[in-house]
Design a protein around this ligand. Structure first.
Ligand SMILES: [Zn+2]
Length: 424
C-alpha cells in the first residue's frame, strides 16, 4: 500500500484545506450595526416577514445571508418631529419590539454580546437597537438612561443635525446653526461619560471632526463608527480620514483593544464618482421634494420621511451603481490604516436615499462580500473578525468598562442637569 511507504514526517505541517465562503459564514457570527428599517415598520406598516418590496432587509434575506444580528437604527427625523423627539423615539423602539413579538420563532431581542452569541447558537436572528442622533435624549440624562433601560445599546452622538451639546458634520459649515466651542459642551461630556457608565456604545458616525476628537479624549471605552467609510477613497464629511481611522483603533485608553469602523454600503460614501453625480443633481431633487411637500400640505396629507425617500431614490436611480469591489476597497483601506481588528459591517440598509453597490441589495448578498475578501487573500479568521467578531469584542469591552465605572462610584455629573426646561 502506498500509504504504508509514505508516512508523513511528524514535523511536516499539513496545509489546511482552504475554507469556502459558505464554510466561513457558517462559523462566523455576522453582525450589521446599522439598518433604518424601523422607519418602514412605523410609517409603511412593513413587517419583516413581508417581501422586500423596494427595501433592503427582511427575514427571507436575513436567513439567506446568514445575518446573525442587526442593530436597528432608532432615527428621529429632526424637522418633521420637532417637539416630539422622545415620542417618535419610543414609537420606533416599540416597532422593533413588535417585530420580535410577531416572529418569536425567528427573532430574539437581545441587549448583550452574550445575547448575540446565544441567539446564534439557537439559530435565531438577534435584534438590537442603536439611537441615531443625540437629539432623541432632548438634553436629558434621565431620558438617556431610560433608553438604555429599554434596550438601546449604542447612540450616534449626532445625526446630520448638531445638538446643543455636540456638533454634526452635516451642518458644521452652516453659520446660522450654533455650535460648541470644543466639539462637546460640559453636558456633552456628561452624556459620553454616562454612556460609558451605562455600557452604551458611543457611536461617532455623523459627528464633526472636532466633536470626534473631543469624544475620543473623553470616552473611557472604545468607540464605534456604526456606518462610515474612508475619506481617502471618497471625500465625504461623513467618512473618516486616515488619522481618524487610526484614532478609533486606539480609542478607549491604554488597556483597550480599540474600537471598530463599520463600513457603510451607500454608494455616495463608497464612490467619489457617484457622490459627485449625486451632488450635481441635488438642486433638482430638493425642488422635487419641496414641491411634493407643498402638495401634501395643500391636500392635508402627512409628508413622511419615507415619502421623501421615494423621491430621492427616483433621482439616485439615474446614477450608475459602483461595483462591489469599491466597497471592498474601503475594507482593505481601513485594514491597512487601522488594522484587521478595527473594521466591520454597517450597511445602512433601508437608510440610504440612493443605490448600494452593484449586486448588494440585501443581507442575502453578504456572501458576495465574504467571497470578495477570500479572493483578496483574507484568512478565514480575519474574515470572521470583519463579519462580526470585531464588533462583538468592542461590545464586550464597553460592558467591562461600564462595570469598572459603576464600581468606582465617583461623582458623575460635572454640570447642572437641565431638568426644568430644554437648554437653548
Ligand atoms: Zn446615518
Amino acid at each position: 500500500m502506498l500509504c504504508a511507504q509514505t508516512h508523513p514526517k511528524p514535523t511536516t505541517k499539513m496545509t489546511p484545506k482552504k475554507m469556502t465562503a459558505a464554510e466561513i459564514e457558517k462559523s462566523a457570527i455576522i453582525i450589521d450595526t446599522h439598518a433604518d428599517t424601523p422607519q418602514r415598520f412605523v410609517d409603511d406598516h412593513f413587517n419583516l416577514g413581508d417581501p422586500l418590496n423596494g427595501g433592503n432587509l427582511n427575514l427571507d434575506s436575513i436567513h439567506k445571508g446568514n445575518l446573525g444580528a442587526e442593530f436597528f437604527s432608532i432615527w428621529v427625523e429632526p424637522s418633521i418631529y420637532k417637539g416630539q423627539y422622545a415620542r417618535r423615539t419610543l414609537e420606533l423602539i416599540d416597532s422593533v419590539k413588535q417585530q420580535v413579538a410577531k416572529y418569536p420563532n425567528q427573532i430574539m431581542f437581545v441587549t448583550t454580546p452574550e445575547g448575540i452569541e446565544y441567539a446564534h447558537r439557537t439559530h435565531k436572528f438577534a435584534a438590537l437597537m442603536g439611537i441615531e442622533g443625540g437629539h432623541s435624549i432632548e438634553n436629558s440624562i434621565p431620558l438617556l438612561r431610560q433608553y438604555y433601560a429599554l434596550g438601546v445599546r449604542y447612540m450616534t452622538l449626532t445625526w446630520s443635525n448638531s445638538t446643543d451639546w455636540a456638533d454634526s458634520s452635516g451642518d458644521i459649515d452652516d453659520k446660522t446653526i450654533p455650535h460648541t466651542k470644543e466639539g462637546l459642551t460640559e453636558f456633552g461630556k456628561d452624556v459620553v461619560y454616562e454612556m460609558n457608565r451605562l455600557g452604551m456604545m458611543v457611536d461617532i458616525s455623523h459627528v464633526s471632526d472636532r466633536t470626534f476628537y473631543r469624544t475620543l479624549v473623553i470616552s473611557r471605552a472604545p468607540v464605534i463608527a456604526s456606518h462610515s467609510d474612508a475619506r481617502a477613497l471618497c471625500d465625504a464629511p461623513r467618512n473618516m480620514t486616515d488619522d481618524m481611522l487610526r484614532a478609533v483603533a486606539h480609542s478607549g485608553g491604554a488597556d483597550s483593544k480599540g474600537g471598530v469602523i463599520d463600513v457603510n454600503y451607500f454608494s455616495g460614501f463608497v464612490s467619489q464618482a457617484y457622490k459627485d453625480a449625486a451632488k450635481a443633481q441635488q438642486p433638482e431633487v430638493d425642488k422635487a421634494v419641496a414641491d411634493a411637500k407643498e402638495k401634501a400640505k395643500a391636500e392635508g396629507r402627512e409628508f413622511t420621511p419615507s415619502d421623501e425617500d421615494k423621491i430621492q431614490r427616483s433621482y439616485m436611480d439615474r446614477i450608475p451603481r459602483p461595483p462591489l469591489s469599491m466597497l471592498i476597497d474601503h475594507i482593505d483601506h481601513i485594514v491597512k490604516v487601522a488594522g484587521i481588528d478595527h473594521v466591520g459591517l454597517g450597511s445602512d440598509f433601508d437608510g440610504v436615499s440612493g443605490q448600494l453597490p452593484e449586486g448588494l441589495d440585501s443581507p442575502a448578498d453578504i456572501p458576495k462580500i465574504t467571497q470578495a475578501l477570500l479572493d483578496r487573500g483574507y484568512s478565514a479568521e480575519d474574515i470572521r473578525k470583519i463579519l462580526g467578531g470585531n464588533l462583538l469584542r468592542v461590545f464586550k469591552e464597553v460592558e467591562a468598562v461600564s462595570k469598572q465605572l459603576q464600581a468606582e462610584d465617583r461623582p458623575r455629573i460635572t454640570e447642572k442637569q437641565p431638568f426644568d426646561k430644554p437648554q437653548k
